[in-house]
Design a protein around this ligand. Structure first.
Ligand code: SF4
Length: 197
């Protein structure tokens, strides 16, 4: 639908001009998000890293390549999902965004969620999960269970950058993605899954 994509482009232009938090001082490019809208599935990460800051696109480094393989395992790619981050500017040294920075950027993410209008949101890692489900939520407690954001279903799972550091956790994330696929009615063939990531 051109209307939602046009409105996402408007959000991206506003992000490019935004100086609402200190992260604006360090960025090379803003990284608003990427994908299509409306989309049944939206993924939300933490913030841009070095490569994302250089290119202005989300999840293009090693973690992003892993995310692409994870999506492929449930027959999804960047043409049929939307991918965004909590903050649209790179935190220095890839530190975790502060609560103030996340809250300053949250109106952009809220508009993106409304425009993408997903049935399912996958939060990748602790920062996105806390912003969507509540500040006192712990990813290790809520991962793999369905939660709600209004009428949308939310599946928290681990961030692909964490999986690069601890590949043993891929098995749990594959369990989460299979739940997402089942909820969206995506049939999965035998033998797919984390061994191919
Ligand atoms: S991180 Fe978000 S709120 Fe902060 S300057 Fe960038 S676009 Fe604005």
């Amino acid at each position: 639908m051109a209307g939602a994509m046009d409105s996402l482009e408007l959000v991206a232009r506003e992000v490019a001009a935004c100086t609402a938090c200190p992260l604006s001082a360090h960025r090379t490019h803003t990284v608003p998000g990427e994908g299509t809208a409306p989309a049944s599935l939206m993924l939300i990460g933490e913030g841009p890293g070095r490569q994302e800051d250089a290119e202005g696109r989300p999840f293009v480094g090693a973690a992003g390549q892993l995310l692409d393989r994870m999506l492929a395992a449930i027959h999804r790619d960047r043409t049929n999902v939307y991918i965004a981050n909590v903050v649209k500017c790179r935190p220095p040294d890839n530190r975790t965004p502060s609560d103030d920075e996340a809250l300053a950027c949250a109106p952009f993410l809220s508009r993106q969620i409304a425009l993408v209008d997903p049935d399912v949101i996958v939060t990748l890692g602790a920062t996105a999960t806390r912003l969507i489900l509540g500040a006192d939520v712990r990813i290790t407690r809520v991962r793999g269970q369905w939660h709600a954001l209004g009428e949308r279903a939310v599946m928290p799972t681990f961030h692909p950058a964490f999986l690069l550091r601890d590949p043993r956790q891929k098995r749990l994330v594959w369990e989460d993605l299979q739940k997402v696929a089942a909820r969206l009615g995506i049939p999965l063939a035998e033998g797919q899954g984390e061994r191919g990531w």
